[in-house]
Design a protein around this ligand. Structure first.
Ligand SMILES: C[S@@+](CC[C@H](N)C(=O)[O-])C[C@H]1O[C@@H](n2cnc3c(N)ncnc32)[C@H](O)[C@@H]1O
Length: 282
């Protein structure tokens, strides 16, 4: 069942971002098309590489989209174990939280391919472009019974995390480990959702290694989570390593009772309010 898009828990600065969105029109706008063979559909994603790393597509995102597209419930794929243990049933759509969504492509693909309910999240200033992309793919999502919500989630922000709640089956993310000052807030976020839930929740993370220092993140992560590699891409474009997909599971789990109920909606998504001046302009 397709639900209206909602923007949750977004502070007032978002209004300013929207006002500033006009400036994007004069910036370099690119369109990327993803063909999803499993559902014979196409995702269209708008990116603004000149606006920074949150506004462009990264190879790790493409890896997750490809794995989702190749997944089949009756064939063993790298994601089989992840979905089999997710708690989703034929009668209830899978509920996915995406962290650091960037352009939103992974969440949109997951919602469409799995017919799932996906909450895509990022820092507040990134949300207008995600909303644009979700809206641009709304008909396709509706056709496949996928639903996407967009919400602010700054890693480690307890208020944001409480607002999202713990009614989640799976968490996904791509290319989230790069600046070392973000390691701790990201781990705090994972502990909130993975280690303090009554049920086993998996975090699926696609990562392209760039610097040696990133091993510190994995070293810290292994203190709280069982971390396993479930897929390796071949290196491409002259790089030494390809994208690696990890599965994180809380070691200690089930310590606290999960929250009951969903957060309140701040306001319904209104396209003309969020991106008044944005048009497809390629
Ligand atoms: C390299 S980009 C990857 C974007 C997208 N997942 C992809 O693979 O195309 C990292 C993402 O993490 C987000 N991010 C960075 N710091 C964050 C924080 N403290 N809280 C939430 N998101 C954050 C950025 O805004 C950006 O969208």
């Amino acid at each position: 069942m397709f639900q209206p898009l909602v923007l949750r828990d977004v502070p007032s600065e978002i209004q300013e971002d929207c006002a500033e969105s006009q400036q994007f029109q004069s910036q370099e706008i690119q369109q990327q098309i993803y063909n999803l063979l499993s559902i014979n559909s196409t995702i269209v994603i708008r990116q603004f590489p000149s606006q920074g790393l949150s506004f462009q597509l990264w190879p790790a995102a493409t890896t997750l989209v490809t794995l989702l597209d190749r997944h089949h419930p009756r064939i063993t794929t790298p994601l089989s174990a992840v979905f089999n243990g997710s708690g989703a049933t034929q009668h209830r759509p899978i509920r996915i939280l995406e962290l650091g969504s960037g352009t939103g492509v992974v969440g949109i693909a997951a919602a469409a391919i799995l017919g799932g309910n996906v909450t895509v999240t990022d820092l507040p200033h990134v949300l207008p472009n995600i909303l644009f992309n979700v809206n641009a793919n709304a008909e396709m999502l509706k056709h496949h019974g996928g639903a996407v919500e967009v919400a602010a989630l700054s890693w480690g922000d307890t208020h944001n995390m409480e607002a999202i709640g713990r009614e989640i089956d799976l968490i996904m993310g791509s290319d989230l480990v790069y600046h070392d000052h973000l390691y701790e807030p990201l781990l705090e976020t994972l502990k909130f959702f993975l280690s303090r839930s009554e049920k086993r929740i998996v975090f699926l993370m696609a990562h392209e290694k760039r610097w040696k220092k990133e091993s510190a993140f994995f070293k810290k992560a292994k203190k709280s989570f069982d971390v396993e590699i479930i897929h390796n891409d071949e290196p491409s474009n002259g790089s030494r390593v390809g994208v690696v997909v990890y599965q994180f599971v809380g070691k200690f789990g089930a310590k606290l009772k999960p929250e009951i109920g969903r957060p309140l909606t701040m306001y319904e998504f209104e396209p003309s309010l969020i991106l008044p001046n944005m048009v497809f302009n390629y």
